[in-house]
Structure formats: structure tokens, C-alpha cells
Design a protein around this ligand. Structure first.
Ligand code: V07
Length: 274
């Protein structure tokens, strides 16, 4: 296929979609030169997925974690550089205690079952959020996952954990205000880049802003996710609940992204971008 030497890698760029209603199969081709570098996903619908099966909500979260594993590997094979996943928001503490306790065990579970696979796939774990407020065992699992994959040079799997977009901006503003008060920062020097540098995505450098934001399960809201960073992102919403999302669903979303981006082909950046 088109000047590509790696058979397996190329195979994933061509995919077929089956229409559930008509049974019609469509062959589609992804443009491997236009894979979004940073994909962010709001993993919604675990509870609804479980409810439809008369299962407890936590069964949906468990299945959702397995989907994280599938989608992380698929994204990495497609050439995505950063995959950011909204795992737990600052608002999620309002859920029933038993559910929160279960969610807090997921990073531990994930670490115990998936780190060797991550290393094999050269995937590095990163976490953004107020992790110091998490239970100690959860913090340890997160730190271990980061440490054990620190040498990986491929895709960054970035979990937003106890993350909130407004809180992130508030923290950044407080830091800048302290620098102004200390006399080390001129208010006139506060620009886009100065704010970028104070956000939790600063260590991602040029890859800090998602090119593509996906939200599953039919909701079409941002829900306090990466408010600053999605200023120029393409948004793709899918009906599938997160546990049903898979490699084909990811390819579909990237295909949609590429359809929208074709019109900018050859330009350094789209017209409205700074
Ligand atoms: C969580 C599974 C995915 C669906 C959405 C909610 C439930 C993976 C992690 C995780 C986080 C940090 C880390 C390793 C793994 C996770 C929570 C929930 C709280 F270092 N999935 N997942 N964390 N869900």
C-alpha cells in the first residue's frame, strides 16, 4: 500500500465500517500524513452501558478500563503522539461513595494488568490533575505507572485524573499573580505563552493542544475539560457508549477529522488560527 513498508501498520489505515441498519459495508482510507497528533477523549457512557445490561455502574467502569487499553494501543499504532483521556473530574467526587472508591481502585488495577503491555508498545504514561488529593494507594499506582514507563519514547497516554479545566486556569492565574506580586513578572508580559506555561499540559510542548476532541455516548458538551487547550480543536461526538468504543470507532473519528481538515491541506495552519 502506498509507499509503506510496514504491512501491519499500513493495514490499520484502511478500515471498513458496517452500517448496523442496512448491513452495508464501506471501505475507508485514512490519510497517514494527517493523523491528529493529540487526541483527547471524554469517555462518557459507562453507567448507561451497564444500566442497559442490568449491571451495576461499576461493571461499566471496569469494561471502560478495558476499552482504555484497546484504544491506547490502536491510537499508538495509528501514529497518534498524545492520547489524553478524561478519567476522573473534580466534580466526580459528588458520586456515591462506593462508586468513587471503585473508581479510585482503577488506576491500581490498570497498573497491575497493563504496564508490561504499555512498555511493549513504547507508551509513556502521564497524569494531569490534582493528584495529591487522591487516596495514597491511587497516588502510588499513578507514580509507579509513570516511573515504569518513563523510558518509553512513543505515544504519551495522558490521564486527566481529578482534573477540572476551570480549576487549572485558576491555579495558573494564582501563580502568575504571585509572580507579579513578587516583582518577577511584568503584567504586560502575560500573553498566551505565559498562560500555556502554567497549565498542566505545559510539558507536552508543541503537542499541548488537542487536534481532535472526541466525546462518546451522545452528549455534546465540554464539561470543564481542557477549556483553554481546545480553542482550535475539531470536536467529534459519537453515539457509542465508551465501553463499546473500539479501534474502528477511533478510525471513524479520525476519518471525520480528516474530512474536515482536507480543506486546509498544504497550508501551514487553518485561516482562523493565530
Ligand atoms: C478509569 C476507566 C475508563 C472509563 C472512564 C472512567 C473509569 C484508567 C485509569 C487510570 C488512571 C491513571 C493511571 C492509570 C489508569 C482510570 C479512573 C477511572 C479514575 F495512572 N481508567 N480509569 N482512572 N475508568
Amino acid at each position: 500500500m502506498r509507499g509503506c513498508k510496514d504491512q501491519w501498520r499500513c493495514a490499520v489505515f484502511s478500515f471498513s465500517k458496517k452500517d448496523q441498519a442496512t448491513g452495508e459495508v464501506t471501505e475507508r482510507q485514512l490519510d497517514d500524513a494527517n493523523i491528529p497528533a493529540h487526541v483527547a477523549i471524554i469517555m462518557d457512557g459507562n453507567g448507561r452501558w451497564a444500566q442497559q445490561r442490568h449491571l451495576p455502574r461499576i461493571a461499566g467502569h471496569k469494561q471502560g478500563m478495558n476499552t482504555v487499553k484497546t484504544v491506547a494501543k490502536a491510537a499508538s499504532h495509528l501514529g497518534v503522539k498524545v492520547l489524553t483521556l478524561y478519567a476522573f473530574s473534580t466534580e466526580n467526587w459528588k458520586r456515591p461513595t462506593a462508586e468513587v472508591n471503585y473508581l479510585m481502585k482503577l488506576p491500581v488495577d490498570f497498573f497491575g494488568t497493563f504496564v508490561p503491555d504499555l512498555i511493549k508498545n513504547n507508551i509513556r504514561v502521564k497524569v494531569m490533575g490534582y493528584t495529591d488529593q487522591l487516596p495514597v494507594a491511587t497516588q502510588k499506582a499513578v507514580k509507579d505507572a509513570i516511573a515504569d514507563t518513563a523510558e518509553c519514547t512513543g505515544m504519551v497516554l495522558n490521564f486527566a485524573l481529578n482534573y477540572g479545566g476551570r480549576a487549572e486556569i485558576v491555579t495558573a492565574v494564582q501563580t502568575l499573580a504571585q509572580q507579579v506580586q513578587a516583582g518577577t513578572l511584568d503584567p504586560a508580559a502575560i500573553d498566551d505563552a505565559a498562560i500555556d506555561d502554567q497549565l498542566m499540559t505545559s510539558d507536552l510542548g508543541d503537542l499541548r493542544d488537542p487536534d481532535l476532541l472526541i466525546r462518546t455516548s451522545g452528549e455534546e458538551r465540554l464539561s470543564n475539560f481542557m477549556l483553554w487547550q481546545v480553542a482550535y480543536s475539531e470536536f467529534v461526538f459519537t453515539q457509542q457508549h465508551w465501553p463499546d468504543f473500539d479501534q474502528t470507532a477511533l478510525e471513524e473519528a479520525i476519518y471525520e477529522y480528516q474530512q474536515r481538515h482536507r480543506r486546509y491541506g498544504g497550508l501551514a495552519s487553518e485561516p482562523e488560527k493565530k
